[in-house]
Design a protein around this ligand. Structure first.
Ligand code: SAH
Length: 259
């Protein structure tokens, strides 16, 4: 996707290998924390050792390991980047859960599961890749009757938004919307609404702070590479915008059940 009308580079404009290398050096590839993952999981009932769970857009598996420790079922983590999946599988060995946690390379718009075979679909910081509504509708086909979905999604948290924030998000992710509208979308997509809660601001601060060291190493390695520098500039722009305003938007965890 080119971005000729906008001076702010988007992530799509850069070499995917560069993006992969950069994010591989972080524990999490999006804002979240074990506490937040566990809070979302607390709304979900009836999981057993037989449960089938998919963690889509799992990255290097930060939240997958939290899910593995808190559940006894089988978990498949799926992500586009093979190196992220290698890291997830290494972590599964280290955590002693390799017998029931498997990382696989794949795309969340072409899931390798049987229809109606999953008890829970997890997706932190990644459903935007499909879009919230499209993703929820597609995931639903793979859930058993009464199966659960838990996703984080970029959401407007205030009624008013400064113009530069509005402009940025309308270009970067036009599907951003309010909590009531997201809940209505979830219901329209065929789910009973279970819960929604805001991912605390400190998760965003921690996520951006975790990039400091990654930025240093990345810049050192790729000094003078215009693609790498432009990628970092895009990341820095979003971070600066969040640090300047932080109230108007953030991630909200939405938990639903296949109706
Ligand atoms: N869940 C992780 C990672 C979120 S970042 C966390 O919260 O830390 C978004 C992730 O989605 C990245 O790992 C990226 O590689 C992955 N991704 C992007 N497009 C994808 C697709 N079509 N299918 C599967 N994964 C995808």
């Amino acid at each position: 996707m080119s971005n000729q009308n906008n001076t702010i580079p988007t992530i799509h404009d850069f070499d995917l290998n560069l993006i992969c290398e950069y994010y591989l050096s972080l524990d999490r590839q999006g804002p979240g924390s074990p506490e937040v993952t566990l809070k979302a999981l607390s709304f979900i009932e009836g999981l057993t050792a037989e449960s089938r769970i998919a963690d889509l857009g799992c990255g290097t598996g930060g939240q997958t390991m939290t899910l593995a420790a808190a559940t006894t079922g089988h978990i498949v983590g799926l992500d586009l980047f093979p190196k992220f999946i290698d890291r997830l599988n290494e972590q599964a060995w280290e955590h002693g859960v390799r017998d029931r946690v498997q990382g696989i390379v794949g795309s969340m718009d072409a899931l390798p599961f049987e229809p109606e075979s999953l008890d829970l679909i997890w997706c932190e910081g990644a459903i935007y890749n499909l879009g919230f509504e499209r993703g929820l509708r597609y995931f639903r086909d793979f859930l058993k009757s009464g199966g659960w979905v838990a996703v984080t999604e970029n959401t407007w948290l205030t009624d008013e938004h400064p113009a530069e924030v509005e402009e940025f998000w309308n270009a970067a992710y036009p599907e951003i919307d309010t909590i009531p509208n997201k809940i209505a979308t979830m219901q329209r997509a065929g789910y009973e609404f279970v819960a929604a809660f805001k991912v605390p601001e400190k998760c965003w601060h921690n996520f951006y702070a975790s990039q400091d060291e990654a930025n240093r190493i990345f810049l050192e390695k790729h000094a003078g590479d215009p693609a790498a520098e432009a990628f970092l500039a895009g990341e820095a722009f979003e971070r600066a915008l969040y640090e300047k305003y932080h109230e108007p938007w953030g991630y909200v965890f939405y938990i639903g059940r296949k109706a």
